[in-house]
Design a protein around this ligand. Sequence first.
Ligand code: 1HN
Length: 344
Amino acid sequence: MSEQLGTLEELPQDYRDGMAKAGVAPLWPMMRNVLPHGAPNPQTKAGHWSFDAVRPLLLRAGELTPVEKAERRVLVLSDPGRGTGAMQATSSIYLGLQLLLPGESAPAHKHTPSAVRIVVEGEGGFTVVDGEKLPMLPGDLVLTPGGEWHDHGHEGSEPVIWLDALDLPLFVYLEGSYAIEGELQAQRNRPDASDVEYLASGLAPSRSTARARRYPMMRYPWARTEAALREMAEYGEGPLAELDYVNPETGEDVLPTMGFTAMMLKAGQVVSPPLRSASAAFHVVKGSGVSRVNGEAITWGPKDTFTAPVFADISHEAGEEAFLVRIHDRPLQDKLGYYEERAK
Ligand code: 1HN
């Protein structure tokens, strides 16, 4: 294995000029940039967005910019490693905080990237996906899978804020990101599938009926997630209560590229997971604590969001009982065949 590869500067100027003219470049000076030894060298840096800091800015956006002029009234959480304005929070995950005011609606569209909303504040908001009206209560996780029509509305009396997570950076990278606009959807007059076909965990509509939809359940009510985590923390095996959000028909991840894992930390509990090849964002549904990401301390409170690059050394310590949702790209890495965990 060669240690030191040749540099561009070592090459004669006439040769460099000739290469530039011919539209070619030598690989060897650039090889380590794209293939570092042992582990990736991520551009992403750990980020932390305090909800208390972002909330007033978001509410002010509500005064400054009518939803008609924004389509989606969102403040984007940019990766500090890429700088403010970067349309990504990690290599593969876009995050934004979206505000909808009472009576407003965000128009229908469908696009190639998939999105998930985690409701941060307020009641009365809803998302309609393919005609299914999905109520949005704090902590709920709502899917709008790629290719599905979706619009948002608000029947309540206070502002509603949610966190958007999209696999947008992948689609931008693939030059595959685009949207189609449409009319607000007619809503089917029935509760969403989490309150009908999939009301009870472990029960699914009989297989004698038509084949299940690709995305059979698109709302994961927080009340059930929290109740399940509490039982896991009390009686489950292992030190940590963690639950993956899965498709109730297949048991697979809810979306092709992004995964979601809810976790409960008891007051004072410390967890130190293995290094993972997946990048991650953590959204604090409730509670407070301190996490260390590659040695940097992040002191978080309710409704905050923080991120960790690939292979980050992460530990969490809950000051009080805490519930976090981890957003990650393990499903994509599984499909590409390289997801990896390394013991610390
Ligand atoms: C989008 O469709 C929504 O539907 C929110 O609420 C944020 C950011 C980039 C691209 C599409 C939404 C988005 C988005």
